[in-house]
Design a protein around this ligand. Structure first.
Ligand code: AMP
Ligand code: GLY
Length: 425
C-alpha cells in the first residue's frame, strides 16, 4: 500500500513510525511532514493541512491507496468528505462526525440527551444572557468557546469578575475568533485526568491503553496551557473498575449516540476524562489521535496498525483483537524556551543520530525542518518528543530523562516532572 498521512507534528511522526513497521506499507507520504518524518516518508512541506485541493492533487499524483487525516482542523473542515468524493479510501471521521470535537455545544447536548456522564452546563449565543447566568452561578466555573481554538478555548475562572472577563474575551473580543460565537459554561470538576484514545468503526469501539498529558508549560502544573509538554502511559489511576464503568456508560454509548444521530463515527475518538469523586466524567471529546498521547500509546500497540485502520474503515473492528504490551512509556517534550508565548526558531538540532538503532527510544519530531544548508533546525514551539519505553513507568521515565540529554539545540526547554504523579501510587 501507498499511504499518505496528513499532518506534520509529533503525533504524525509516531503514526508514521507505526505504519513503517507494517509489512503492508510499501511507501509513505506526508503533507506537510517535518524533518523527522522525512527520514521514513516522502514529505511535501509546501502543502498545508487546510489546502484541500492541493492535498487531493498530491494524493492523485502519488496514486496513494489510503489517506490518513490526523489533525483536528482538516477533520472538522471536511477533508475526509472531499477525499472520499475524489475516490480515495480515507481514515478519519467525516465532517458530520468530527463535529464531536468541532462543537462543544454539540458534544455537551449529545451527552445530555444520551445520559453520558459529564459536567452540568448551559449553552449561550448571547453574551448578555451568559453574564446574567454567571451572577447566580457557583465559582469556580469553566467557560469554553464552542469551536476549535488550538486547545486554548477553555477558561477556568475562580471568581465572578474573572468569569465576566472571560465572557468578554470569548464572545465579545473574539479572542478565539468565530469559535467564540457560542459558548458553554460548565460546572468545575475535580479529580485526576486521564486520556483514552479508541478506535471506532461506526458501531464497535476498541479503547487503546490509557495515557495522561501534562498541559501546563511549567513544573508543578504551573504556567500557561500548551499543546502538551509530555505524557505517560498507562495511567495507574485508570483501574480495571474505571475501565469497566467507562466502557459501559461512556465509550459504547457515545458511539451509539453518534450513530443514532445519523453521524456514524469512524476513526479515533479521544476521551478526555476526569475521575471525579462521583465517578468518571467526560471533560471533552476529540475526533482524532492526541498529541503527545499518541507517542506513548502507539509504540506499545502489538497489532499491525494497518489491520486496525482497515477494520475501522470497513466496519469490522469487532474482529480485531487489539493488544498492547504490558510495558510503559514516557514522552518528554523538548520545547523552545518561551513557548507557548514567543520564542526564537531556526537553531540547529544536534545529537539526533544517537537514537538510531535504539530499541526502546524514540525521538518524535514536532517542530523541525531542514534549512537551506540542509541542517535540521527548530521550527516551532514544541520541537521534539523524546520517548522511552520501559518495563514500568518508573523505568520508562528514567530512560526518557536520560535520552533528553542526547539532543541539543539553543533555548531547549523541558518540564522536569513528567510522570511525577506515578510516585503517588
Ligand atoms: P478541554 O480542552 O475541554 O480538555 O479543557 C482543557 C483543560 O481544562 C482540561 O484538560 C482540564 O484540565 C480543564 N477543564 C476542562 N473542563 C473542566 C471542568 N469542567 N472542570 C475542571 N477542569 C476542566
Ligand atoms: N494532548 C491533547 C490533544 O491532543 O488535544
Amino acid at each position: 500500500m501507498k499511504v499518505l498521512i496528513v499532518g506534520g507534528g509529533g503525533r504524525e511522526h509516531a503514526i508514521a513510525v507505526s505504519m513503517k513497521k507494517s509489512s503492508r506499507v510499501e511507501k509513505l507520504y506526508c503533507v506537510p511532514g517535518n524533518a523527522g518524518i522525512a527520514r521514513i516518508a516522502k514529505c511535501e512541506p509546501s502543502i498545508g493541512v487546510m489546502e484541500f485541493d492541493k492535498i487531493i492533487a498530491y494524493a492523485k499524483e502519488k496514486a496513494v491507496d489510503l489517506v490518513f487525516v490526523a489533525p483536528d482542523d482538516p477533520l472538522v473542515g471536511g477533508l475526509v468528505d472531499e477525499l472520499k468524493a475524489a475516490g480515495f479510501r480515507v481514515f478519519g471521521p467525516d465532517k458530520k462526525a468530527a463535529i464531536l470535537e468541532g462543537s462543544k455545544a454539540f458534544s455537551k447536548d449529545l451527552m445530555k440527551k444520551y445520559k453520558i456522564p459529564t459536567a452540568s452546563y448551559e449553552t449561550f449565543d448571547d453574551p448578555d444572557k451568559a453574564l446574567a447566568y454567571l451572577e447566580t452561578a457557583k465559582m469556580p466555573i469553566v467557560l469554553k468557546a464552542d469551536g476549535l481554538a488550538l486547545g486554548k478555548g477553555v477558561l477556568i475562572c475562580k471568581t465572578l469578575e474573572e468569569a465576566k472577563a472571560g465572557v468578554q474575551e470569548i464572545m465579545l473580543d473574539k479572542h478565539f475568533g468565530d469559535a467564540g460565537n457560542k459558548m458553554v459554561i460548565e460546572e468545575f470538576m475535580t479529580g485526576r485526568e486521564v486520556s483514552v484514545l479508541s478506535f471506532v468503526d461506526g458501531k464497535t469501539i476498541k479503547p487503546m491503553t490509557s495515557a495522561q498529558d501534562h498541559k501546563r508549560a511549567l513544573d508543578g502544573d504551573q504556567g500557561l496551557n500548551t499543546g502538551g509538554m509530555g505524557t505517560f502511559s498507562p495511567s495507574p489511576f485508570y483501574t480495571a473498575e474505571v475501565d469497566e464503568f467507562c466502557k459501559k456508560y461512556i465509550y459504547q454509548p457515545t458511539v451509539d449516540a453518534m450513530a443514532a444521530e445519523g453521524r456514524e463515527f469512524k476513526g479515533v475518538i479521544f476521551f478526555g476524562l476526569m475521575l471525579t469523586p462521583e465517578g468518571p466524567k467526560v471533560l471533552e471529546y476529540n475526533a482524532r489521535f492526541g498529541d503527545p498521547e499518541t507517542q506513548v500509546v502507539l509504540c506499545r500497540m502489538k497489532n499491525d496498525i494497518m489491520d486496525v485502520v482497515d477494520a475501522c474503515i470497513d466496519g469490522c473492528l469487532d474482529q480485531v483483537d487489539l493488544q498492547f504490551e504490558d510495558s510503559a512509556a514516557v514522552c518528554v517534550v523538548l520545547a523552545s524556551e518561551g513557548y507557548p508565548v514567543s520564542y526564537e526558531k531556526g537553531f540547529e538540532i544536534t545529537g539526533l543520530e544517537k537514537f538510531e538503532g535504539q530499541e526502546d527510544y524514540y525521538c518524535f519530531h514536532a517542530g523541525s525542518k531542514f534549512d537551506s544548508a540542509g541542517r535540521i533546525v527548530t521550527s516551532g514551539g514544541r520541537v521534539l518528543g523524546v520517548t522511552a519505553k520501559g518495563a514500568d513507568l518508573k523505568e520508562a521515565r528514567k530512560k526518557a530523562y536520560e535520552a533528553v540529554q542526547w539532543v541539543s539545540f539553543e533555548n531547549k526547554y523541558m518540564r522536569r516532572d513528567i510522570g511525577k504523579a506515578i510516585d503517588e501510587v
